[in-house]
Design a protein around this ligand. Structure first.
Ligand code: KG4
Ligand code: ZN
Length: 343
């Protein structure tokens, strides 16, 4: 028997994503980004993002169906990001998903964006072994999670107490005169820089816990750049980018490996936009191998926001026999990671 065809809709931030998944097979992943419209503001402007989702949604659904070579009538279930994210942006995806579900008479699942970031790895590497530790690093979150069951048993072990990892990238990029979002340009600049040239502090917030802090590191970069400029010296962007990136990757991978060892779990999955980072991926691979931990990281295109991740989690929920969310659930900008399915 073939697995149900699940349509996934993502609109929590600036990416309008529509994915089609059958089981763990990825059939289509259509994305429209409004990132260029936000770049000059140095951050995502919620109203602009919402309007862009509204314009991009139906064309993105059509594109995904075309790529997969299926008709809307063949879709068996619909999943949509219910939260967390920007309220107005979420609302566009949730309303669209409700309209499709109602028109097609198909079950609707309002799902958690963070759990979806983890679920997407299965499209590339197959079912996630349980238990696993997940390091979720995005523009809004840096979390270590114990995942016993992706469809309903996720325990937070630690989180950032201030800036998220991606937020730190975005703010440091701004300090260095690099464009928004800051992750990709810092990653690129760092390739030609010396990661050992500036010794930025390792933000070992409360050593021994799984919590993170990145605002001190961001401030250290700001002070370093200011001191350099005050002295009339040019800022070596590539060296600063590489040194900053090393500090972030060092702390993230160390805490993730420590969490695996403390919990006695030998599978680590890293996901979210920052998981696209080349140095984080390389250092994680190196440290996991040394610690005997099996590492799973989705390809970069699946780490950043997309619709396939929502469809992947929806597919798991359908397979697990989860009760659909119904038509009454609301978008929830603060949906906690412990709540995989919106009620
Ligand atoms: O998961 P995501 O697409 O959206 C959220 O849910 O927040 O993550 C976006 C974040 C941004 O802060 C962006 O700068 C960062 O991921 N990012 C990266 C890279 N690509 C995207 N950070 C470091 N290195 C990258 N290559
Ligand atoms: Zn995300």
């Amino acid at each position: 028997m073939t697995a149900p065809l699940v349509l996934g809709i993502e609109s929590s931030c600036d990416e309008t994503g529509v994915g089609l998944v059958r089981g763990h097979d990825l059939l289509a992943d259509a994305i429209a980004s409004s990132v260029d419209e936000h770049a000059r503001f140095g951050g995502v402007v919620p109203e602009v993002a919402s309007r862009a989702h509204l314009e991009a949604m139906v064309p993105a659904v059509r594109r995904a169906l075309d790529v997969a070579g299926v008709g809307l009538g063949q879709v068996d279930a619909i999943a949509v990001t219910a939260g967390p994210g920007l309220a107005g942006a979420l609302l566009v995806g949730v309303c669209a998903a409700k309209a499709y579900a109602l028109a097609l008479g198909k079950p609707l699942y309002g799902v958690n964006h963070l759990a979806a970031h983890i679920a997407v790895d299965q499209l590339e590497h197959g079912p996630l072994p349980a238990p696993a530790i997940a390091l979720l690093v995005s523009g809004g979150h840096s979390s270590l999670l114990l995942v016993r069951r992706l469809t309903g048993d996720i325990t937070p072990l630690g989180a950032t107490i201030d800036d998220a990892a991606g937020e730190a990238y975005d703010k440091v990029a701004r300090l260095l005169g690099l464009p928004f979002p800051g992750g990709p340009p810092i990653d690129a600049a760092a390739r030609t820089g010396d990661a050992g040239s500036v010794k930025f502090p390792r933000s070992k917030y409360r050593d021994g816990t799984a919590d993170f802090s990145f605002s001190g590191l961001k401030t250290a970069v700001a002070r370093w750049v200011e001191a350099r400029e005050a002295a009339g010296l040019a800022v070596p962007v590539a060296d600063v980018a590489a040194s900053f990136q090393e500090a972030v990757a060092d702390v993230l991978t160390r805490k993730a490996v420590d969490a695996c060892l403390a919990q006695g779990v030998d599978h680590l999955v890293i996901s979210g936009g920052v998981a696209a980072n080349s140095r984080l991926r390389a250092l994680a691979a190196q440290r996991c191998e040394a610690a005997g931990i099996r590492l799973r990281v989705p390809r970069p295109g699946l780490c950043t926001d997309n619709g396939a991740m929502v469809a992947a989690l929806g597919s798991d929920l359908v397979a697990a026999g989860a009760e659909p969310s119904g038509a009454d659930f609301a978008a929830d900008s603060g949906l906690p990671v412990t709540q995989v399915l919106a009620a």
